[in-house]
Write a protein that binds this ligand. Structure first.
Ligand SMILES: [Zn+2]
Ligand SMILES: [Zn+2]
Length: 234
């Protein structure tokens, strides 16, 4: 199977995972950075990819987590163990990553799902070694700017790539040809925040968007879908 990637000069962005949920490996001459760690199977896929592109696990400098949901953190501890990479997340997600978050009201359903998933996948939390904050510039891949995008979860963050003008947007929205939608109500901590964040991202000057849940790896297509969807949301 042909692995999906995008090329920009000497740098590449690889898609790991699939339509259910994707993680992304950013590769250039200075090192490698993983954005999110999928639900399961990403560690093995990453290992295969590194062999394919003849890069070593030690070159993975960081695992950046958009947020603490299990479908984004599932393989983080294994990948951290295999590569020695630092794990970064917004401080408001630390409890989530560790499985200590308190769900209240209707959000308890999400907590139950997460607890069941952690058990089913024998989840071990990674050791978080770095804090993300809004506006922070990370040195990798030509510069990655942290954009705090709360709502789905309190510390949900996206990563703006200065080199390409793309935003890795996590769970701000999901983008499929048959459906462009907000994350399911059950999974959101703050519904109003989800909409505010959608508008904020739609108003950003971006040449592309790469969500975590999508069909084809095409940043311009997702940017267009996002703007149309945000327009329809009023
Ligand atoms: Zn999520
Ligand atoms: Zn997700």
């Amino acid at each position: 199977m042909q692995r999906a990637f995008l090329e920009f000069g000497h740098s590449r962005l690889y898609r790991l995972g699939g339509r259910l949920v994707s993680a992304h490996l950013l590769v250039d001459d200075d090192g490698l950075v993983l954005v999110d760690a999928g639900l399961t199977g990403i560690a093995g896929e990453l290992e295969g990819l590194l062999k394919e592109i003849q890069r070593s696990p030690e070159e993975v400098k960081a695992i950046l987590l958009t947020h603490g949901h299990l479908d984004h953190t599932g393989d983080a501890s294994r990948i951290q163990w295999e590569t020695g990479a630092a794990v970064w997340v917004h401080p408001a997600e630390r409890d989530h990553v560790d499985g200590r978050v308190q769900y209240r009201g209707w959000a308890r359903g999400c907590g139950l799902l997460e607890a069941a998933g952690r058990l089913a996948f024998s989840f071990t939390p990674p050791e978080v070694t770095g804090d993300l904050s809004d506006g922070q510039r990370l040195p990798w891949w030509g510069g990655l700017r942290v954009v705090h995008l709360p709502g789905h979860t309190p510390g949900h963050c996206g990563f703006f790539c200065e080199r390409t003008g793309w935003l890795l947007s996590g769970d701000v929205f999901a983008s499929y040809a048959w459906s462009v939608h907000l994350p399911p109500l059950l999974l959101n901590r703050d519904q109003a925040g989800v909409r505010t964040t959608l508008k904020k991202v739609a108003a950003m000057e971006l040449s592309g968007v790469i969500p975590s849940h999508y069909d084809v790896l095409d940043p311009r297509l997702h940017a267009r879908r996002l703007r149309e969807f945000a327009g329809r949301c009023g």
